[in-house]
Design a protein around this ligand. Sequence first.
Ligand code: IPM
Ligand code: MG
Length: 410
Amino acid sequence: MQRPFYSVPSPLVGEGQGEGEEVRERGGQCGLRSVSLSHKGRGTGSFLYVEREMKKILVLPGDGIGPEIVTEAEKVLEAVRERFGLEVETERGLVGGAAYDETGEPLPETTLQQAREADAILFGSIGGPKWDAVERDKRPERGLLRLRSELGLFANLRPAMLFPQLADASSLRPEVVSGLDILIVRELTGGIYFGQPRGIREENGERVGFNTDVYSESEIRRIGHVAFELASARNGRLCSVDKANVMEVTELWKEVMTELAADYPRVELSHMYVDNAAMQLVRAPKQFDVIVTGNLFGDILSDEAAMLTGSIGMLPSASLDEQRKGLYEPCHGSAPDIAGQGIANPLATILSLAMMMRYSLDRGDVAEAIEAAVERALDQGWRTADIATGGGRGASTGEMGDAVVAALRE
Ligand code: IPM
Ligand code: MG
């Protein structure tokens, strides 16, 4: 089976029919190719994307298992470079706790500069208990948040799909999750994550913590367009998640999404409150095709959706700017408890590399080859401990990476 994961399964292909040539072909012309990601108007974005011969990829391994999993993705990159004659150069940089230890900053200026110059960024993971006591502004997470914000990576694509080979890994019944393929589109540079004012202050002799949830119309419209475009290239269903019964900011969100729907007559837009969405995701997740939501709700729902597949170690993500330059990272975190043991699952990072090929490097063919190689490795029975159901010793991080590389060279 070789369907194009994480891109855009063909329009009008129903559940359970997602296999075969036709789908594969259409999946290659990924939806975002024709999407303008521009903020206020349309047509000023991706079409003017200037093709450069040699693409630059910045690799940011980060903390915890980050360096181990990124190393495997680099092996895969090397293999596709050979097989496809891909013209890419890579460079490594420091981010997160690793950067803090060396420079005192979780996102040093040199890294930011490298990131600005790159065509795409491959990101491992950041954070760990080692930096828990560090002052708030210097924590590893701040490095990632600042990178998203400085680079304008507003569109976060988080697919959750169940690999048929891993159907047993989900904690839900197979009939509830089999064939699951949903895409969460999370706004990533606004909302309560970045709203001002924020802080902790003294008031009447006690501490008071506060944050601000804020979205402008143009911010909502920008992420809305991405979600509508992706939904029209998939199964044509978009669910906008809000808390419009309580929060004005999401009342506006809902209104703007409703206005946008007029531009996309082929997409069926629905709205759902976030508490209900959290429930529906575990009750009947296959009702969803694309979900679009703000930064905080997207953070929470994407973890929930990831776990439906039983294997958060398998799920990649893309964070894109208006020109589809992107940062690609696995959805799982830095897993400090298993760092350095060589047992982490590198597949989410390898699949993130595939997303990079598709969205930022315009190489849907390379993306499909990587995804097919991952499937091949799974078909051959390779399992790291997190996705092994039969017990026994799981494959090491390196063995899993090697299996994918071998499949690519077959
Ligand atoms: C994520 C993570 C980050 C977030 C953290 C590490 C800042 O949970 O990418 O989902 O909250 O966005
Ligand atoms: Mg999260």
